[in-house]
Design a protein around this ligand. Structure first.
Ligand SMILES: [Zn+2]
Length: 71
């Protein structure tokens, strides 16, 4: 299992972003491919939500493989 990696994908499918070195929540980041922009704080929040969902899915899959019944 990989931990500590937060990956964000733009709506264009790219995961490359121009991120300001300051990385404050109010900073604007832009997609390196299509140029879409967003607030760094919003993007990291989304990434954390996605990462959490991915981890929960991995856990559920692991439990299912182990024979647990999940509702
Ligand atoms: Zn994009």
């Amino acid at each position: 299992m990989t931990t500590g990696t937060i990956s964000v994908k733009c709506r264009c499918g790219s995961d490359k972003f121009n991120v300001p070195s300051t990385r404050r929540p109010s900073d604007t980041i832009s997609c390196a491919r299509c140029g879409a922009t967003g607030k760094y704080g919003d993007v990291t929040r989304t990434a954390r939500t996605q990462a959490k969902a991915a981890v929960e899915k991995q856990l559920k899959d692991a439990f299912k493989k182990a024979g647990f019944k999940l509702k």
